[in-house]
Every structure is written in structure tokens, then in C-alpha cells.
Design a protein around this ligand. Structure first.
Ligand code: FAD
Length: 438
């Protein structure tokens, strides 16, 4: 058992994944989290399900609905080729805590009130019924999602975005979801098998003139009634409870790790909900974090490398998803004069999502990677599309092979065949050709 105590603040998918990863490395881990203030329904992809399974969330996965159809109406075109899995977050998050307890992680249900750093220790004041008011640890994982304090943290922010959501209750029917764009934004509509509908309108927070709180329900209803995709969700259904607002502005924190702390998930970077990939992103940022924390604790001389690794990966993910979002927003051309669409079809930049890869742009260099639970530096292949580098393909280190190819003026398959055998040599040569490396 490692001796350094680790405290994780927030038990969403990101905090949970880091806690399990660190626990499995042998660290004593405590998680402090409070339930989210109101329930939300979200949709996740098969890829996110795989991520949750890989992170060790068996019980939470049992609360995820099976795949249901998702219709999309965008730029006046409707497609029904997609599916997604609906997740009722409060039930999902409660099961996630069960997964953490089953891993031997101490779970404290309470609200983090205050954080201080005293000498070598973090001191966290927690408001909880049963537990001590102050907890101490040597290492802190900040995973309180968008609620994580960020005063003084340099941040990149996307267009200010707000999602208005309301539950409606209607007849019981099969689960399904739909997306539709409209002049002021876009709607995501979900129906759970118990007949509950979760209807969400996402708008520009600066330019949308919203009415006072008591009139928000009518404001949303008027827009839903005009949306073709919303009809099956609102027919025979009525709103239950008030309209809630969730801030959904994309945010990237530029400092997300130090000698004895790290930020993961939405606390490090939160994406536009249009991607429908927030949970996947949160997991992606969290799955490599245990190796970063392990390095910070075990190999302090590599702290710079470990922080650089975490920051570059989070930044890479953020811009990739921001550009995917930009290109999707740009496909909507019905309301070119509307602020919502103007602001989003050009942010964050004009860099294409994919850059052309040609052999002259492919190089080798040293970059940080995860190896045996630690961040170390190895030689990787760098391409315009993979600036952080590609280390190996199914265990085969690529940089030395590429150098060998370049040193010899012979057919690529022949060079590779010498060390890999003729058949694998031909396969890898074909793969490198497809990638634009040779
Ligand atoms: P969270 O899941 O937010 O977990 C943080 C935890 O910390 C919560 O349990 C919270 O209650 C707790 N906490 C916060 N403050 C404190 C405190 N002071 N003390 C103790 N505990 C605290 N993602 C998708 O994949 N699909 C979607 O359809 C989708 N739709 C979205 C719609 C909207 C409007 C928004 C805003 C986001 C959406 N997301 C969606 C994104 C998704 O919710 C997040 O990306 C994901 O939950 C981030 O995981 P996390 O673990 O970083 O944080």
C-alpha cells in the first residue's frame, strides 16, 4: 500500500475513474461528493459505454438504458441512422458511488465547503452528517465538474451558452431521442421508458432575450411547439416542475496539474453539449490521470513532464471537439443572420479538423507517454494530425522503424520485412502508406 493519501473531490465519471485507477495502484483513496442539485438525462454513445466498462463501473453501467433511436433534423434534413443510450444522471451517479465502495475506496457523501493548502497538506472542510468536518491529504484530485472553483485559473472560454431544460410527463412508450436546430439554437429531446420526457433547449447566453423566470416555461413551450421533432415528445404530455438552466459554455483550464494536485473531467475542460460526448471526454481525461498522479508522487524529478503530458492531452481533446462542433454548426445554413449560428460556426479557429499528412511532414521526436503506470519519455512519430505522437502499433515501436526506412533507399515492405517477416512487413508498409507516412 502506498502511503500518500489522495482525496478526490467530486464523484462523476471523471473523479470515479481516477479514484478507481489510483486505488488499483495501491493508494489509499477517499472521495467526497454530493448529489447533483437536480436530475438530468444525458445521451451517451457505444464508445462511452466501452470507456465506462474499461474504467470499472459495473453497477453504474447497469443503470444505463439500452440503445434507443435518435433522430436528427439539421439544416432542414432529417436522418434517423443514429442510436444513443439514455442515462438518468442521479441514478447513474448513485450507482457510481457503489462501484467506488466496492473497490475499497472511502466514500463520503457531503459538500466540499473550503480548501486550504498548509505546508505539505491539503485541508478540506466538508459539510456532511456523519464525517469529520476537516479532511487532510497529500494529493488532491479536483473533479467537481463545472462546479469546481476556477478563480485565478487561466481559461479559454467558448461562446457563452445556456441550456434550458424541463421534465414533461406523457404516455409510456419506447425510449428515444431527437435533435433539431432552430433559429436561436438547438433542442435535444429525450423520452425514457416510464414516459418522462426531458426537453432541453440550448441557446446563446449573451444574445438570447429570455423572459423572467416565471415566464420561461411558456417561452420554451412556444419554441417546442414549432419544432417538428418535438411533436411526439409533447403530444399528450405536460410539463412537470420548473425550467432549469445549465451553463454549457465550452471551457478549457490552462493550468490543470501541479506537484500535489490535478484537475480532471469537466473541472479541467468542458465541451459543448452538442457533441453528446461530455461523459466520454471526462473519461478520456481521467483514464490517464492515475499515471500522471503516480509520477507526481513517485518520480518528482519528472513532474514537469507529467504535467506537460496531462495539459497537452486535455488541450488536444478540447480543440478536437471544439472543431468538430464548429464544423457541425457550420453545416446549418438556414439562419445566417442569427447570432447563435454566426458565433459558433467560426469558433475556436479556422484550423481544419484534419490536416493532410505527407511524408515530408512526418518526423520523429521524444514525447511523454504512459509506460508501466508512469509518465516517461519515448521516441514517437509526429504527424500534423497527431502532434502528440504515435508510439507503437500493437506493441510495435514505430519511430525506429520509420528511421530505418528513411535511412535505406529500398522498398518500404522489404526494409520492414527484414525485422518483421515478409507478411507483416507488407501489412505495415501498406498501413504507413495509407497514413501518408511513406
Ligand atoms: P460531473 O459529472 O459534473 O461530476 C461532478 C460531481 O461533483 C457531481 O456529482 C457533483 O454533484 C459533485 N460536486 C460538485 N460540487 C461539489 C461540492 N462542492 N462538494 C461535493 N461534491 C460536489 N455529456 C454526455 O456525454 N451526453 C450528454 O447528452 C450531455 N448533455 C449535457 C447537457 C448539458 C446541458 C451539459 C451542461 C452537459 C452535458 N453533458 C453531456 C456533459 C456531462 O454532463 C459532463 O461532461 C460529465 O458529467 C463530466 O463528468 P465529471 O466527472 O467531470 O463531472
Amino acid at each position: 500500500m502506498m502511503s500518500k493519501r489522495i482525496l478526490v473531490l467530486g464523484a462523476g465519471p471523471a473523479g470515479g475513474a481516477v479514484a478507481i485507477g489510483l486505488r488499483r495502484m495501491g493508494y489509499p483513496v477517499t472521495v467526497v461528493s454530493e448529489p447533483r442539485p437536480f436530475d438530468a438525462v444525458e445521451g451517451i454513445s457505444a464508445r462511452a459505454i466501452e470507456g465506462l466498462r474499461g474504467a470499472g463501473f459495473q453497477r453504474a453501467l447497469e443503470r444505463v438504458a439500452s440503445a434507443s433511436p435518435r433522430q436528427v433534423t439539421w439544416n432542414g434534413q432529417t436522418s434517423a441512422a443514429n442510436t444513443e443510450h439514455l442515462v438518468v444522471r442521479q441514478r447513474f451517479d448513485a450507482a457510481l458511488l457503489e462501484d467506488l465502495s466496492a473497490e475499497g475506496i472511502t466514500v463520503i457523501e457531503g459538500r466540499v465547503k473550503r480548501h486550504r493548502f498548509l505546508g505539505e497538506r491539503h485541508v478540506i472542510e466538508v459539510e456532511a452528517d456523519t464525517e469529520p468536518a476537516a479532511l487532510e491529504c497529500e494529493f488532491l484530485v479536483e473533479a467537481r465538474g463545472r462546479a469546481a472553483p476556477a478563480a485565478g485559473v487561466p481559461r479559454v472560454q467558448g461562446r457563452k451558452t445556456l441550456s434550458l431544460l424541463q421534465y414533461w410527463q406523457g404516455p409510456v412508450g419506447p425510449a428515444r431521442s431527437a435533435v433539431q436546430s432552430f433559429a436561436e439554437g438547438w433542442a435535444w429531446l429525450a423520452q425514457c421508458v416510464d414516459g418522462r420526457r426531458y426537453l432541453q433547449l440550448t441557446v446563446d447566453a449573451d444574445s438570447t432575450r429570455l423572459p423572467p423566470k416565471q415566464a420561461l416555461g411558456d417561452w420554451c413551450r412556444t419554441r417546442l411547439e414549432q419544432l417538428e421533432q418535438a411533436q411526439p415528445f409533447i403530444e399528450g404530455a405536460e410539463p412537470v416542475g420548473e425550467v432549469r438552466a445549465r451553463i454549457s459554455t465550452p471551457v478549457l483550464c490552462e493550468r490543470i496539474a501541479g506537484d500535489n494536485w490535478i484537475r480532471v473531467g469537466d473541472a479541467a475542460m468542458a465541451v459543448d453539449p452538442l457533441s453528446g460526448n461530455g461523459i466520454f471526454q471526462a473519461l478520456s481525461s481521467a483514464l490517464q490521470a492515475p499515471a500522471v498522479v503516480n509520477t507526481l508522487l513517485q518520480n518528482p524529478e519528472q513532474n514537469g513532464l507529467a504535467c506537460q503530458f496531462h495539459e497537452q492531452r486535455i488541450e488536444g481533446l478540447f480543440y478536437r471537439f471544439a472543431r468538430i462542433g464548429r464544423d457541425f454548426y457550420a453545416q446549418e445554413s438556414q439562419w445566417p443572420d442569427q447570432a447563435f449560428w454566426q458565433k459558433r460556426s467560426h469558433w475556436p479557429d479556422t484550423t481544419p479538423l484534419h490536416s493532410e499528412v505527407t511524408p515530408d511532414k512526418v518526423t520523429t521526436d521524444w514525447r511523454p507517454v504512459v509506460q508501466d503506470g508512469l509518465i516517461t519519455q519515448v521516441e514517437v512519430v509526429i504527424t500534423p494530425d497527431q502532434p502528440l505522437g504515435i508510439w507503437h502499433l500493437n506493441g510495435l515501436e514505430l519511430a525506429p522503424l520509420l528511421r530505418r526506412i528513411r535511412a535505406q533507399h529500398r522498398p518500404v515492405a522489404d526494409v520492414l520485412g527484414e525485422s518483421l517477416g515478409a507478411e507483416r512487413g507488407v501489412q505495415l508498409a501498406h498501413w504507413m502508406l495509407q497514413q501518408g507516412w511513406v
